[in-house]
Design a protein around this ligand. Structure first.
Ligand code: MN
Length: 263
């Protein structure tokens, strides 16, 4: 379960630096990396507001075109434009969202806002890719193997994911790779699994703006539709395959002794 602390704007740098050694390193990197003259910057690779990977009406009837239009063209656009505006003239102008997210996590007010905007921009891009028209259905083989190892059955995984997606309040339910094992997590507001050394495989947005026009208070029905009709398991499989070669074998968990579970 994610439990990141986003330091309040009143936290002083000194307080933050005392908080964690890792955090202090990130904060120091963020301070020294910011506000260099434009002439010192590398060739620009500008951050862009990404288009949806499918038409706005492609996920109907499970998510309406109206929901996708407002969610993508207003909410997501705002997070991306706020991010772009805040990195203008800094070393982060050419950085990836991942780099911005990792280096701006800290207790400095100015960077904190950039951090949360960058996380929301990244999460939304990942969310659109986590769905597809005619999604759901059978899990690809590698993903299915990981799910069975971690949860025992696909239904058990779905039950846990649905419970995470129904967590009260605004957040994100995730299928992640954590220490070489598939896991379900939940992050609040603008928290990122990238800061928890987890590899995101799939996510669903559980802020009200993601589902309210179509489902109102039926958040569980939205979670069911995501899992059974929208989830892009191929995207999760692709993320799993990309992460697997880099997984450190020294921290991999011991193989599950299936014989112990059988009677
Ligand atoms: Mn959203």
């Amino acid at each position: 379960m994610g439990s990141l602390t986003i330091h309040s704007p009143t936290s002083s740098r000194r307080q933050f630096l005392k908080t964690t050694a890792a955090g202090a390193t990130l904060a120091t990197a963020a301070i020294t990396g910011l506000y260099r003259p434009a002439s010192a910057q590398k060739k620009a690779i500008p951050l862009l507001f990404p288009t949806l990977p499918y038409p706005e009406n492609a996920l109907e009837p499970y998510l309406s075109a109206k929901t996708l239009h407002i969610h993508h063209d207003r909410h997501h656009r705002k997070y991306m434009e706020e991010t772009i505006a805040r990195v203008k003239g800094t070393d982060y102008e050419n950085a990836t969202l991942e780099k911005i997210i990792k280096e701006t996590y800290g207790g400095i007010t100015m960077i904190e806002t950039l951090h949360l905007m960058a996380v929301l921009a990244w999460n939304h891009d990942f969310y659109w890719k986590s769905m597809k028209p005619k999604g759901g259905g059978e899990l690809p083989p590698k993903l299915k193997t990981m799910i069975l190892e971690a949860f025992g059955s696909v239904d058990a995984f779905k039950k846990e994911f649905k419970e995470a997606a129904m967590t009260f309040g605004s957040g994100w339910a995730w299928l992640v790779l954590d220490k070489g094992k598939a896991a379900v997590t939940y992050t609040k507001y603008h928290e990122s699994p990238l800061l928890l050394n987890q590899t995101p495989l799939l996510t669903t947005d559980t802020w009200e703006h993601a589902y309210y026009l179509d489902y109102q208070d039926r958040k569980g029905d939205y979670a069911d539709a995501f899992l059974n009709n929208l989830a892009n398991w191929s995207f999760a499989e692709k993320n799993l395959s990309a992460a697997a070669p880099a997984a450190p074998s020294t921290t991999a968990p011991a193989p599950v002794k299936k014989s112990e579970k059988k009677k």
